[in-house]
Design a protein around this ligand. Structure first.
Ligand code: THU
Length: 137
């Protein structure tokens, strides 16, 4: 497993939170279960999300966006320090989709850390929000 640039205890906490949330993913169509965890600036809570699909494809919500809406619902604000997103397949590495990148950019800062993970392989890559969406609307 690659070594995360954040404290190992925090990384492990975020990893398990995303794993737990991923188990609740509702993905009967794609079978691609995704979990996400978010740590905010000045907030020790680890917030989580999972993808929720719909037979009308366009109504599907990604794990990152269910986490963001949960944060806003619970706290009314959102300043991301770290995002961890986790898939569960050996052959397809996850990366946040375009709509998630746009929504995440609204709740930056752009130097927020992003960990791309897999439930079997652990940490695959580390990046930043700015690298994901360098020129946000
Ligand atoms: N998905 C996420 O939840 N997050 C991502 O970063 C990419 C894709 C979901 C949406 C859909 O339910 C499934 O993965 C397959 O695209």
């Amino acid at each position: 497993m690659n070594k995360p640039s954040i404290d190992k205890t925090l990384f492990d906490k975020m990893f398990s939170a995303a794993l737990n949330s991923q188990k609740n993913a509702y993905a009967p169509y794609s079978k691609f279960k995704v979990g996400a965890s978010i740590k905010l600036i000045n907030d020790e809570t680890i917030y989580t999300g999972c993808n929720v699909e719909n037979r009308s494809n366009g109504a599907t919500i990604c794990a990152e966006r269910t986490a963001l809406t949960d944060i806003i619902k619970r706290t009314g604000e959102c300043k991301i320090e770290t995002l961890l997103v986790m898939s569960t397949t050996d052959n397809q590495t996850i990366a946040p989709c375009g709509i998630c990148r746009q929504m995440l950019s609204e709740f930056g800062p752009l130097d927020a850390k992003v960990f791309i993970c897999d439930s079997h392989r652990g940490l695959i890559a580390e990046t930043t929000l700015k690298d994901l969406i360098p020129f946000p609307f």
